[in-house]
Design a protein around this ligand. Structure first.
Ligand SMILES: Nc1nc2c(c(=O)[nH]1)N[C@H]1C(S)=C(S)[C@@H](COP(=O)(O)OP(=O)(O)OC[C@H]3O[C@@H](n4cnc5c(=O)[nH]c(N)nc54)[C@H](O)[C@@H]3O)O[C@H]1N2
Ligand SMILES: Nc1nc2c(c(=O)[nH]1)N[C@H]1C(S)=C(S)[C@@H](COP(=O)(O)OP(=O)(O)OC[C@H]3O[C@@H](n4cnc5c(=O)[nH]c(N)nc54)[C@H](O)[C@@H]3O)O[C@H]1N2
Ligand SMILES: [Mo]
Length: 836
């Protein structure tokens, strides 16, 4: 998920900035001071500008009500998701008041934990709610210490540097004593832990060779489980949607697109790409088959491997079967991955003969043994020998807005932890294994983020993690802001059992997600449309700084996360330390002024704050040639000594001595095919259908599920389940049917959508559907709407990364007999409706 540190090879000095700024000014598209054209001509008060994960937009406001979303003029490919935003302000699932679960309120912390999710809440005043939270934090800390409070609070909170709610929560929890934190993410945990061992950097947050360079030099672009036309709709900051124009340039240039994916994706369809419908979770076997063809036909680049990589010889022995007696031939691979051996041979020849870019998304590493696909991809690219050449090599972030060139802009800082230490969304230094107290929530413990349920179920247990050990603390209280664990975490029923061990669960949100419904104390927060803020546009493009202007006044009793934590700190005598005496606008101004100073050191003169804020427009930054011509790993290729990689050997590590030393049974020292716990046609797999729990087209995870956008995709009022006609026929299923998807972990209802764009044996149920338990007290109860994480396993990728395996899992489907139960999760909870 979060991409905040974009790395490019070159930084511009002042002179080159001035030169290019002058050139841009001559073209009338930039200059000093920096404003987008026509900025001041906008009518600020009628169409306030703001920004979201779905893009920059203007709001038409009438009588204090947000009536219409108008995509920003600078966004040439606005996301359809923008049209769902308004509903999240006004929907029946809006949390209106502070609420406390009745049993908790009447009988105290830990009472009737099975009753969570039943909706029996009591409305309380803000004063009472904040008193309860502050007192409970003190009680828990006094009785059990700081390590009894979990504040990892993972999730895709709203954009904005000031109201970044997870950071604000950490600031409060650190100031008041400390907490158990988390490292890593659900997005790319496996890749971002393995790749530093292999290429010396996290890979997933590195800029890619620009699309412009691909259009010029690349002949074959392989989208390996990679679908930018869906997943680049959003960004961790604000999406620029620049990828669309660039993708079209690549298409016009005649680059051949090959999509290796169980789904014929939007990207594949748009390009008229060739679809290779691999069996999910078998990509490593498929790549080994291709590697074997390259090796046995001497198509691999020995000189490159010698000069730029280490350990090929160890890998070679495995490839040809000297170590385990199994040659990883195309025929061997075909039997596993379902792609015919001739096709694998053809792919090997195509890759070797043409300038080829291998571009992998992140689904393949969000699987059991998810460390292996990215490692094998780098190995395959190293054998092809094109790494560092324009248009060739490998990439891990084209699906995530990379490849759009980075503008020359200053970064806008965010909140600190109250002791002056930066609290970036993803603290750059907080890589797994970093045991400084700063990364550990100041309580001395931090866990790999997706291990939360394992931690709750096993206090005191020690696990391996990338060469270090983590001992699980005993958690009594958890605080969540800006995430939806009852959507994002796997194996919902196991999770429900684990949650019963928590005595107090506090949730800040603006909507009644399943997480809020399972809380003990629910605090209603403002949406980002009800407050002011500031943000940058384009996680990689970094093209603008955008004022986020308040659109409407807060609804009901909603308060900002900032005000909520200030209120808690006030009760513990720490309000001044928390707020530093600053208001919302003070913080925005401060962050802008810091960016202005950084810009000045680059020779840019930004407008004064008031001019920026009142312009009601985004501030544009120049784009320069070195960034437009960026080629990843060119510096390494040109000078492997001066630009050595950050690995122990300074080279690409196909064999890692560091990993060998760890002696993990589930992560050997070179890329290896290992059977996942479950897979399509796997030797011990019980259920016949693989579940692709992809990222949704019309949502950001669970966000916007409770809006009218649902009408665009829901089938029979449920989350859609894509299925191939062959599999539907076998089960007597028709388009629009309600079906029950089930396995030993859980059961959900889904709406059937028959499509030839999905491989036989695979169904697609996107992650993020709202969990709607029929009987919340009963383990294994039916989810009426279709939260796919009732079916997925919670197994970790391996001891190395301890990442989520959300894209692993298999199930069976059957037509639902009788009248399906009504979906209730999008209704207002009864108690709130009757309150006040
Ligand atoms: N099976 C399966 N599971 C997956 C995945 C998968 O591919 N397959 N993908 C995983 C990935 S990559 C990710 S990143 C996670 C995503 O998981 P999450 O990031 O937890 O999902 P979101 O739905 O974005 O949840 C964000 C929540 O924050 C709330 N929120 C927004 N703004 C604010 C604010 O200002 N203040 C407060 N207090 N709350 C706010 C929203 O209302 C919403 O409830 O899911 C993971 N789960
Ligand atoms: N619209 C939208 N965009 C998003 C998000 C969202 O929720 N909605 N979430 C954002 C976040 S937080 C993240 S982390 C990224 C996630 O980005 P990704 O992880 O790349 O996205 P996914 O949709 O999970 O998977 C991408 C493709 O991989 C394919 N795939 C699944 N399993 C396999 C397999 O075993 N082998 C192969 N070869 N292909 C496979 C899927 O069919 C899909 O086409 O997306 C981001 N972008
Ligand atoms: Mo993610």
């Amino acid at each position: 998920m979060p991409v905040t540190n974009v790395r490019t090879s070159s930084h511009l000095d002042r002179r080159s900035f001035l030169k290019s700024a002058a050139a841009l000014a001559a073209l009338g598209v930039g200059g000093t001071p920096l404003f987008t054209r026509g900025a001041l001509a906008a009518a600020p008060e009628t169409l306030p500008l703001s920004a979201s994960h779905w893009g920059v937009f203007r709001a038409r406001v009438k009588n204090g009500r947000f009536e219409e979303v108008i995509p920003w003029e600078g966004d040439k490919h606005p996301s359809v998701m923008l049209q769902g935003m308004r509903d999240s302000i006004y929907s029946p699932t809006r949390i209106k008041y502070p609420m406390v679960r009745r049993a908790w309120l009447e009988k105290g912390p830990g009472a009737d934990p099975e009753g969570r999710g039943t909706g029996d809440f009591v409305r309380v005043s803000w004063d009472k709610a904040l008193d309860l939270v502050a007192a409970e934090m003190q009680r828990v800390r006094k009785a059990h210490g700081n390590t009894a409070i979990y504040g990892g609070s993972y999730g895709w909170k709203s954009v904005g540097k000031v109201h970044s709610c997870r950071v604000l929560l950490w600031r409060m929890l650190k100031l008041t004593g400390g907490f158990v934190s988390s490292v890593g993410n659900y997005s790319n945990a496996a890749a971002s832990v393995i790749l530093p061992h292999v290429i010396g950097s996290a890979g997933v947050v590195d800029q890619c060779t620009t699309y412009e360079m691909l259009a010029k030099h690349c002949k074959v672009l392989v989208m390996w489980g990679c679908n930018p036309m869906n997943t680049s709709n959003i960004a961790w900051m604000v999406p620029d949607h620049g990828y669309m124009k660039h993708l079209d340039e690549v298409k016009k240039a005649g680059v051949k697109l090959i999509c290796i994916d169980p789904v014929r994706t939007e990207t594949c369809q748009h390009f008229g790409g060739e679809w290779v419908a691999v069996k999910p979770q078998t990509d490593v076997a498929m790549m080994l088959g291709i590697a074997h063809v390259l090796y046995s036909e001497k198509l691999h680049d020995e000189a490159f491997l010698k000069k730029y990589a280490t350990g090929f010889e160890d890998f070679r022995k495995y490839l040809v079967g000297e170590t385990d007696g199994v040659a990883k031939t195309a025929d061997w691979a075909a039997a596993i991955c379902g792609v015919p051996a001739d096709k694998l041979r053809e792919l090997a020849h195509t890759f070797a003969k043409n300038r080829t870019m291998l571009s992998m998304g992140w689904s393949t590493q969000r699987q059991h043994h998810g460390e292996q696909p990215p490692w094998m991809m780098v190995t395959l690219a190293a054998m092809l020998g094109q790494i560092g050449l324009p248009g060739g090599g490998f990439a891990f972030s084209y699906h995530y807005n990379a490849g759009v060139p980075s503008h020359n802009s200053p970064s806008v800082p965010g909140m600190t932890d109250g002791r002056g230490r930066s609290l970036a969304d993803l603290p750059p230094g907080c890589t797994p294994g970093n045991t400084t107290s700063y990364c550990m929530g100041d309580a001395g413990v931090s866990i790999p983020v997706s291990r939360i349920v394992e931690m709750l179920l096993n206090p005191g247990m020690t696990i391996d993690f990338n060469g270090s050990k983590v001992k699980y603390p005993d958690i009594k209280m958890a605080f969540w802001a800006g995430g939806n664990p009852f959507a994002h975490h796997q194996d919902r029923n196991e999770m429900l059992r684990a949650w019963r061990k928590i005595e107090t669960f506090v949730v800040n949100d603006f909507q009644w997600t399943a997480t809020a419904r399972h809380a003990d104390i629910v605090l209603p927060v403002t949406t980002s449309y009800e407050r002011n803020d500031i943000e940058q546009v384009g996680d990689f493009a970094l093209s603008h700084i955008v004022p986020m202007r308040k659109i409407v006044e807060p609804l009901f009793e909603a308060r900002s996360d900032y005000d909520i934590y200030a209120g808690i700190c006030e009760r513990l005598g720490l309000k001044e330390q928390y707020t530093e005496g600053l208001t919302e606008m003070d913080w925005i101004r401060n962050f802008y002024e810091k960016a202005r100073m950084t810009a000045r050191s680059k020779g840019q003169e930004l407008p004064v704050f008031n001019a920026f804020w009142n312009s009601n427009d985004a501030l544009a930054f120049p784009l320069e040639k070195p960034q437009r011509d960026y080629v990843s790993y060119a510096a390494y290729r040109n000078d492997p000594l001066l630009s050595a990689l950050g690995t122990p050997s300074g080279k690409i590590e196909i064999f890692s001595k560091a990993i060998a030393k760890m002696k993990y049974d589930d992560c050997p020292a070179h890329p290896t095919w290992m059977e996942p716990i479950e897979r399509l046609d796997g030797p011990t797999t019980k259920y016949p259908l693989h579940i692709a729990s992809n990222h949704p087209i019309y949502r950001l995870h669970s966000q916007l599920c409770g809006t009218s956008l649902r009408e665009k995709y829901a089938v029979a009022g449920r989350e859609p389940c894509w299925i191939n006609p062959v599999d539907a026929d076998k089960r007597g299923l028709k388009d629009g049917d309600v079906a029950r998807a089930f396995n030993d972990r859980g059961q959900i209802l889904v709406g059937i959508k028959i499509s030839k764009d999905i491989r036989p044996g695979v169904i697609r149920i996107d992650e993020g559907g709202w969990y709607d338990p029929e009987n919340p007290r009963e383990a294994g109860t039916l989810c009426r709407y279709g939260d796919v994480n009732n079916l997925t396993p919670s197994v970790a990728t391996s001891k190395l990364a301890q990442g989520t395996s959300g894209q692993t899992g298999s199930c069976e489907l059957e037509k639902y007999q009788g009248t399906p139960p009504k979906v209730a999760v999008f209704d207002e909870p009864a108690k709130q409706a009757s309150a006040g």
